[in-house]
Design a protein around this ligand. Structure first.
Ligand code: NAP
Length: 349
């Protein structure tokens, strides 16, 4: 297999609205030593695509500054963290037997080599991503899923949303038989949390809203709570025994309301702040009950390995809400920003 010289890609040349996404004919990247070249069959969208494009991350001490999540973005940048595809070429030092394999790319750039390394960068933000026909990746970030029963679209839905979800579940030490609370449950990360927590044998209570409640129940939640109502009251009814692990992407007022519902030694894991990042809670509810509040950014290499095992056994079934051709990247991102969907939006180069 060999790649052509040029490819179609969609890139951003600065921060701004959907109009800064420009289609371009660019050189196919050559895999460097230790890298592989992947032909992208599906790329999934994430909120980080919107915020990186907008520069909506702020900077320490300047929350309104236009910035990527790790600081300035090196433009032009091809977005797209979540890639499934096939290896078509390898750089020096990489075994050529990988060519032809179906793979998922771990999009994280880590701070060190070890299995518990921290993610400090992301494909599509700190290096070029999958809004393109081809992308390069370090060979140790490429996972062979040739035999997985999941479709390429489903595989592309995994890295960021399911990786983040698995990171939260591992850091929260969720065990079989425990009760898990999931917020933002109809979203990409939320639905993944519901599915993985359920697959682990936890009892899952999920917070969602309106017409999405049914989809969340279908994804595996044992109980659902409508965030439009009295959330704490509904939670007390849905989990009278209390909550062992909260898996929270909403934060805001939910933390103060929910902490008193944790059981002894409970864990409140936060990976997002859709409901607000200024949080107030009664600290007595923490120390008198040996509870923990845990921050969670993405996944470690170990977590990603566990995720790929789930993918190979099809123990999670990502929901694909919509698919767009790559040329319609701007439309796909607008659709994502409307938050009307349940599951992941993917694109095909
Ligand atoms: N820490 C990390 O490594 C990491 C990685 C990926 C994502 N994240 C963060 O996790 C969060 C969720 O990401 P996602 O991709 O799952 O988002 P998403 O697909 O947009 O879904 C978020 C869901 O949260 C609910 N929601 C939206 N606004 C809300 C609000 N103001 N209050 C309460 N609930 C609200 C909605 O569900 P209902 O209407 O059904 O309630 C929505 O479907 C984001 O904040 C994102 O930045 C963090």
């Amino acid at each position: 297999m060999s790649a052509p010289q040029f490819m179609r890609a969609v890139r951003i040349t600065g921060h701004g609205g959907p109009e800064v996404l420009e289609a371009a004919e660019v050189a196919v990247p050559a895999p460097r030593a230790g890298e592989v070249l992947v032909q992208v069959s599906a790329v999934a969208l994430n909120n980080t695509d919107l915020w990186t494009r907008e520069g909506a991350y702020g900077r320490p001490g300047d929350p309104e500054a236009r910035s990527g999540w790790r600081g300035p973005v090196d433009f032009p940048r091809i977005q797209g963290a979540d890639v499934a595809g096939r290896v078509v070429d390898v750089g020096t030092g990489v075994e050529s037997g990988l060519v032809g394999r179906r793979v998922v790319v771990d999009p994280a750039i880590y701070d060190s080599e070890g299995p518990d390394a921290n993610p400090v960068g992301l494909m599509g933000s700190e290096r070029d991503g999958g809004y393109a026909e081809y992308v390069t990746a370090p060979v140790e970030r490429v996972h062979d899923v040739t035999r997985s029963p999941l479709t390429d679209d489903q595989l592309a839905a995994l890295p960021t949303a399911y990786g983040t979800a698995l990171g939260m579940i591992e850091r929260g030490r969720l065990r079989k038989g425990e009760t898990a609370l999931v917020s933002g449950a109809s979203g990409g990360v939320g639905l993944a949390l519901v599915q993985i927590a359920r697959a682990r044998g936890a009892r899952v209570v999920a917070i969602s809203s309106g017409s999405k409640l049914d989809a969340v129940r279908e994804a595996g939640a044992h109980g659902v709570v409508d965030r439009a109502g009295d959330v704490a009251g509904q939670l007390r009814t849905a989990a009278p025994e209390g909550i062992d692990v909260a898996l929270d992407v909403v934060a805001g007022e939910l933390v103060g309301e929910g902490l008193p519902l944790l059981r002894e030694g409970g864990r409140w894991v936060i990976a997002g702040a859709l409901g607000g990042y200024g949080v107030t809670f009664d600290v007595r509810r923490l120390y008198l009950h040996n509870a923990q509040v845990i921050g969670s950014a993405m996944h470690t290499p170990t977590h990603f390995g566990l995720l790929m095992d789930l993918a190979r056994r099809a123990e999670v079934q990502p929901v694909v809400a919509a698919a767009f051709p790559l040329e319609q990247a701007a439309r796909a991102q607008v659709e994502l920003s409307r938050r009307g969907h349940v599951g992941k939006i993917v694109m095909h180069p």
